[in-house]
Ligand binder design. Structure first.
Ligand SMILES: [Fe+2]
Length: 374
């Protein structure tokens, strides 16, 4: 039996004869977490909370990888470690860990009006669990100062009535188009986790992977050219656009198995994006194809977590009526959705120019290489 190797989208025997084409992945890998794994994880989180008090404790974050490898259930640690360096043609770029954590809905209480009113105590165990997952990649959780001032390493994403029509995490009434997170930064997150505490409205999560295209066709080749602009997202509508003159490519890295930086709402539908007609034409052709590959079969339930490689896979969600659910064809009131997001970088040395002098986990990039003033 000859050893098999992966190369491009073909599976080869060691003598390089193609055996069969690997199909382009169209959906994330779904992993059902076993009851024992969930219980072990909750116990570990309680132990770490007793020892460190908070998941942002510098000693904990500095030594995070040790804890991840020692304390996570082995199957989960192995899965995330492999995911961290699998950029192959068959890697979709997102994992769905179903039933990862236990959420006591009563203890969670009513959903607060906005993320700013969130009780930090309620985030504690989930912060330890999410950070361990990022630690296993291995990556370090980071926070983005300009984009989420004072948000910390774990951000509650809650529908906010005053921003219901916006293309942000606080929106609800319009579809949130698929996007890679912070496509307007050079130092965007490498990995993201979305932990769903509550989704009574049964909002669909959407994902789109660059790997779902069977091949990089002639139009997609054009996406490697640095001719595309990306304005800052709708969180900054009233602010001055800095870095607006910078143009980047949409695809980068390996030519056959590229990475992607893309925000459909900002790059295609924002009239102020300043896109050239050539860039807009290439993007429109690409988006027509890409839309066919959007995955929307997943409705997250309380306790589910989606782990994403932000260079391979974009994310979004369907429009919804915040605080309303359908029961037997009738709309009835319910508690609003709650999701917790964590973001991480795999290399703190590389981003040092863009981090706070006293805190290498605190990113201060404003817009494509422009450093924020604060
Ligand atoms: Fe996002």
């Amino acid at each position: 039996m000859q050893p098999m190797q992966f190369q491009g989208s073909q599976i080869y025997l060691a003598d390089k004869k193609p055996l069969m084409p690997a199909p382009a992945p169209r959906a994330p890998q779904l992993i059902d977490i076993k009851f024992e794994e969930k219980m072990a994880l909750m116990k570990v989180a309680r132990q770490l909370a007793d020892e460190f008090g908070h998941y942002e404790d510098p000693t904990y974050i500095q030594t995070l990888h040790l804890y991840a490898y020692q304390l996570l259930p082995q199957r989960i640690a192995r899965l995330l470690t492999q995911f961290g360096s699998d950029f192959s043609a068959s890697q979709y770029g997102a994992l769905v860990l179903r039933g990862l954590v236990e959420v006591d809905q009563e203890k969670l209480g009513p959903t607060p009006p906005s993320w700013k009113a969130y009780d930090p105590e309620k985030l504690l165990l989930y912060g330890f669990i999410c950070s361990l997952l990022h630690g296993a990649v291995p990556a370090k959780p980071v926070q983005y100062y300009v984009q989420r001032k004072g948000g910390g390493l774990l951000h509650p994403i809650i529908p906010d009535e005053s921003m219901s029509m916006s293309q942000t995490g606080s929106g609800s009434k319009t579809d949130l188009f698929v996007h890679t997170e912070d496509a307007f930064l050079f130092n965007q997150a490498d990995f993201l986790s979305f932990l769903y505490l509550r989704n009574e409205e049964q909002v669909q999560s959407t994902l789109y992977s660059i790997r779902s295209h069977p091949a990089i066709n002639a139009n997609m080749e054009q996406l490697f050219r640095p001719i595309f602009r990306c304005p800052k997202d709708a969180n900054f509508k009233d602010e001055q656009l800095g870095g607006a003159d910078v143009m980047t490519s949409i695809l980068y890295g390996n030519r056959q198995t590229p990475f992607i930086r893309f925000d459909a709402a900002e790059q295609l539908y924002n009239a102020d994006a300043g896109q050239s007609s050539e860039a807009l034409e290439i993007l429109s052709r690409f988006w027509t194809e890409a839309k066919e590959y959007i995955y929307n079969d997943f409705i997250p339930q309380s306790g589910d977590l989606v782990f994403v490689n932000n260079h391979l896979c974009a994310h979004g969600r369907s429009a919804f009526k915040a605080g309303m659910k359908q029961v037997g064809g009738e709309w009835v009131k319910c508690e609003r959705r709650q999701m917790l997001r964590m973001m991480s970088k795999t290399n703190l040395l590389q981003i040092r120019e863009m981090t706070h002098p006293d805190n290498p986990y605190f990113i201060i990039e404003d817009h494509y290489g422009k450093i924020a003033k604060f």
